[in-house]
Design a protein around this ligand. Structure first.
Ligand SMILES: *Cc1c(COP(=O)(O)O)cnc(C)c1O
Length: 348
């Protein structure tokens, strides 16, 4: 099976397993796991922040960030399709008492003009506008890369209004590789950043939250509260460190493979890329009802050995990653072309 459902389905490589096996371990709740400490130091340095915290998931990383930054009754501004609002089980409301005010981004990308006028005045009736969260690359936006100028304009606006700016950078690595803009340049525009090692980078588990030292100290306490304090976590941090060292640059291969699949979709009548440009490793496409539903189309691809993810009645996501070779991407592209019945074309 060629599994294009998600970039989370990767298995640790032999090299990664060897790194996990060799990891020096200690009790990380006591700050005594040298491998976790080393990973946190590297990630903080890479992103140009004072400190980092290793956590089990991207969801926990984002939600700890929101909890440390806010008080119950605060409000968060975000794109309507962002992960934090849609796919984290209502975390801002449940864990932090924070309401989300959503804005319609352009495939997940907000323009500062959409934020203008959205800060609530100080008034006993009103929630307190406190934080803006952006996502780069944008998952439901089709792997879109946030233009850095747009982020900079939003940053200037959040500073003007004394708001926090947090980045859900689960796939920031993809944006870094696709643009050549270094991690620290992106991160400089944010108070705090969450990054994942278990998506494109191929680690089995793990994310990191980065920011100022006092913020990370408070985040550590919330991690414990949420049950995310892990003991000999170096066995996982070793996989994340290995992924950082060996699996970042190769994301370019995933992006090239995504283009191979995108081309097959563009060429196939009844299928349409949404958005039309594929920036990174995520490919969303619409299935014309004449070809059946997304679930039916996915079932036809499965018969040909290709797994994709229906995300709406007529929408499918395909995703390239570490465990999809170029040959497999080509096979998947051929399967997509074959899954659509060929019409007899009149010659002349
Ligand atoms: C996957 C993902 C996360 C975090 O997911 P976990 O499964 O909790 O690690 C956060 N943000 C985005 C955009 C994601 O795609």
């Amino acid at each position: 099976m060629i599994d294009l459902r998600s970039d989370t389905v990767t298995r640790p490589t032999p090299g990664m397993k060897a790194a996990m096996q060799a990891a020096e371990l200690g009790d990380d709740v006591f700050h005594e796991d040298p491998t976790v400490n080393d990973l946190e130091a590297r990630v903080a340095e890479l992103l140009g922040k004072e400190a980092a915290l290793f956590v089990p998931s991207g969801t926990m990383s984002n939600q700890i960030g929101i909890k440390v930054h806010t008080q119950p009754g605060d409000e968060m501004l975000c794109d309507v399709n962002c992960h934090i609002y849609n796919y984290e089980s209502g975390g801002p409301a449940v864990l932090s008492g924070v309401t989300c005010r959503t804005l319609e981004g352009d495939f997940g990308i907000l323009d500062v003009s959409q934020l203008e006028g959205k800060v609530r005045p100080l008034n006993d009736h009103l929630v307190r506008t406190r934080i803006v969260c952006l996502e780069n690359t944008h998952n439901r936006g089709g792997g879109r890369i946030y233009p850095l100028e747009k982020i900079r304009a939003i940053r200037a606006w959040t500073k003007q209004h004394q708001l926090i700016l947090h980045l859900d950078g689960a796939r920031l690595w993809n944006a870094i590789v696709a643009t050549g803009i270094p991690a620290a340049t992106w991160a400089a525009e944010f108070d705090t950043v969450s990054v994942c090692f278990s998506k494109g980078l191929g680690a089995p588990v793990g994310s990191a939250l980065v920011g100022p030292r006092d913020f990370i100290a408070r985040a550590r306490r919330i991690r414990k509260l949420l049950g995310g304090g892990m003991r000999q976590a170096g066995v996982l941090a070793a996989a994340a460190r290995y992924a950082l060292q060996h699996h970042v640059d190769r994301l370019a291969e995933d992006h090239r493979n995504a283009q191979v699949i995108a081309e097959a979709i563009t060429d196939t009548p009844g299928l349409r890329l949404v958005p039309e440009q594929v920036h990174t490793n995520l490919i969303f496409f619409q299935v014309d009802p004449s070809l059946g539903t997304a679930a039916e189309f996915a079932a036809r691809l499965k018969e040909q050995g290709v797994l994709v993810l229906p995300t709406a009645p007529q929408m499918i996501r395909a995703c390239t990653h570490l465990d999809v070779s170029t040959a497999q991407a080509q096979r998947a592209a051929a399967a997509i072309r074959h899954a659509v019945p060929r019409r007899s074309v009149a010659v002349g």
